[in-house]
Design a protein around this ligand. Structure first.
Ligand SMILES: Cc1ncc(COP(=O)(O)O)c(C=O)c1O
Length: 290
């Protein structure tokens, strides 16, 4: 498996990052992940734009054009044999290493960031989760991404701990809440509820990452004539929901059929979720490849 690291394509086991890199030492960096459908990175311009803006928010002098990134992805697709099938692309941009190993507080524009791009096959398990649905746990505010939650930073500790809690309960996602029980997002996705044929998603008020898939799902729902809106949603709304699903670029749309051991609605993927899954796939994969 080849990876791209700072201008070079290397076998993954030969790629090395400095022990002084602020990404490793302090989580000082940002990343994005997306799906590559038979060689086509979906929404690459939107992911690149988000990554660029988020790097700027951390004062990381990222010099990576969309064209350059597109070329890197094409090379990885070809060299990693992913021209068919689906790949998971991750672009990670970290602070880089100041030569003296100090904690860089000023002169940030003089430190060259580390840029790592990896492309691996999407795990087979995700297709089964999409078909059959997943279980989720609801976690309290300790697990929410409290600091700069609208950024995809390398500070992934709360995410990792939340997913481990979910895995211990036999679940694939954790739903994150505020101290008052207001629903925010999944540990690695955005959350949607269906009630009486209407689609609801937590309102983005700066407390979480409103992802690109969320935006696309809202557009698709409106195009299909399904009323869709943002709302303040609480734990009890999960109990009253007919359907629940999570959405992200790599996992796409995952029906949530069980929350904290209780079935959601009928306990199987519901019709609105199924319709949106099909519409999302159709929007992502050109017809000749579908
Ligand atoms: C915390 C969090 N929220 C939402 C999302 C969904 O974002 P996107 O649809 O842009 O992939 C992700 C994706 O990884 C995430 O990690």
């Amino acid at each position: 498996m080849l990876v791209y690291l700072d201008g070079k394509f290397l076998p993954a086991d030969q790629a090395q990052i400095s022990i002084w890199d602020g990404g490793y030492l302090h989580g000082d960096g940002v990343y994005t992940t997306l799906r590559v459908y038979a060689g086509n990175p979906v929404e690459l311009p939107a992911h690149w734009e988000r990554l660029t803006l988020q790097a700027r928010a951390l004062e990381i002098p990222l010099d990576l054009s969309l064209e350059t990134l597109g070329g890197i992805v094409a090379e990885l697709v070809a060299r990693n044999g992913l021209a068919e099938g689906d790949g998971r692309l991750r672009v990670t941009v970290s602070r880089g290493a100041p030569p003296d190993g100090s904690l860089p507080l000023t002169g940030l524009d003089r430190i060259r960031p580390t840029v790592l791009v990896t492309l691996v096959p999407v795990p087979d398990a995700i297709a089964a989760w999409q078909r059959e649905g997943i279980g989720a746990v609801v976690l309290g505010p300790a697990y929410r991404r409290s600091h700069f939650p609208e950024l995809k930073t390398l500070n992934g500790l709360t995410t990792v701990l939340a997913l481990r809690q979910a895995a211990r309960a036999g679940c694939r996602e954790a739903l994150l809440t505020t101290a008052r029980g207001r629903l925010l997002e999944g540990a690695v996705s955005n959350l949607f509820l269906v009630r009486d044929g209407r689609l609801l998603t937590p309102a983005a008020r700066g407390g979480f990452l409103p992802g690109l898939t969320r935006r696309r799902v809202l557009e698709l729902a409106r195009g299909l004539g399904t009323p869709a809106r943002e709302a303040s949603l609480y734990r009890r709304d999960l109990q009253e929901a007919d359907e629940v699903f999570c959405a992200s670029s790599v996992r796409e749309i995952l029906p949530v059929v069980r929350i904290d051991r209780e079935p959601v609605g009928a306990g199987r993927p519901g019709p609105v979720t199924r319709t949106l899954q099909a519409a999302y796939r159709a929007a992502m994969v050109p017809p000749q490849q579908a």
